[in-house]
Design a protein around this ligand. Structure first.
Ligand code: 8YV
Length: 321
């Protein structure tokens, strides 16, 4: 069985050390001549460890005739063509569950920062304006009496909903299907939900199915008092439409942890005071990233030992190696 492991780009030390210990790891980025390595060794590669830095599409995977697993760091795997992998007997694994609570915590932090202008008021203090001009102006927004509409009520969406309930928010949701295990009202159409809520909070994954789902029409429906929070993927929001909506006061404000072209954040957003911008830190604690990293290692070790992968994605159910 081909058991060589390819790592195309650097990943966290815990993953590198865990895979190096197998004696079969090949780090492509450190090689003097990666093209020659690939030409001579492509058929020996059984596993790829990736962190979303490169597109692992059909063309990429087809270089490796004996590829069996692509282990993705992150619950979102929009940079891997899982449908293609599924059709070609390749398992894609991701890192669900271990990051759920951390991302949900971050979402609530971002929500409160945005609604109560905490970044702006901190900037005010640091600029010395509290002492020179007096108290920071009262915020127009509050969580009191508000309704949040969650886009994509998966595991992370539900953990966010639980927290929102504890904060006294009313919760509704939109997704592909209504969910049996929740009593929150379901909206079959996103634009209808956007009309009815104060806060639109997106946890939606990336990929072609969700590309620019939050567009000018949805933002117009959210309205001049509405707030957008995005903790899922930047590609879900039409960023140009969002910038225009914020600029024209079509919506009130936004809190964003994810962007269309990370790490490049549009200068227009950076210049705006009514947005809170975080550098994709949803899961970014040592605690949670270590758990995610270990899951990448464990999925590949399972493959090497001939055991079932721990967290295969839905498009690539495990049958046997
Ligand atoms: C990570 C994430 O920041 O899991 C995901 O899908 O977006 C985050 O937890 C990202 O995967 C790191 O590359």
């Amino acid at each position: 069985m081909a058991t060589e492991i390819l790592m195309p780009k650097p990943m966290m030390p815990l993953i590198m050390d865990g895979l190096k210990a197998t004696g079969h790891l090949h780090c492509l980025w450190g090689m003097a001549d990666p093209e020659t390595f690939l030409r001579e060794n492509a058929s020996k590669i059984g596993a790829i460890a990736t962190g979303g830095h490169i597109k692992v599409d059909g063309a990429y995977m087809s270089q490796f005739p004996n590829l069996k697993i692509v282990a993705n760091f992150g619950v979102g795997y929009d940079t891997v063509d899982a449908a293609w992998a599924g059709q070609h007997g390749i398992i894609v694994s991701n890192t669900p569950d271990v990051l759920t609570e951390e991302v949900a915590d971050t979402a609530l932090g971002l929500l409160i920062m945005t609604m109560r202008e905490l970044s702006q008021s901190e900037r005010y203090l640091r600029a010395g304006l509290w002492a020179s001009k007096g108290p920071y102006p009262l915020t127009h927004n509050t969580l009191r009496g508000k309704t949040v509409g969650i886009l994509a009520l998966g595991r992370i969406g539900k953990a966010i909903a639980t927290r929102c309930e504890a904060f006294g928010l009313k919760i509704v949701y939109h997704g592909r299907n209504p969910q049996k295990d929740v009593s929150y009202p379901y909206y079959p159409k996103l634009v209808d939900m956007a009309k009815d809520v104060d806060i639109l909070l997106s946890v939606a994954p990336g990929g072609s199915a969700t590309f620019h789902t939050i567009n000018a029409e949805v933002l117009a429906a959210l309205g001049p008092k509405g707030v957008l929070i995005n903790i899922g993927r930047g590609s879900v929001v039409d960023e140009k439409a969002l910038i225009k909506a914020l600029h024209d006061k079509v919506i009130f404000s936004a809190g964003l942890d994810v962007f269309e072209d990370e790490p490049n954040v549009p200068a227009e957003l950076i210049a705006m005071d009514n947005v809170v911008l975080l550098p994709h830190v949803g899961s970014a604690s040592h605690h949670t990233r270590n758990l995610m990293g270990q899951l990448v290692v464990d999925n590949i070790l399972a493959f090497q030992a001939g055991r079932a992968p721990i967290t295969p994605v839905v498009e690539t159910p495990y049958v046997k190696w």
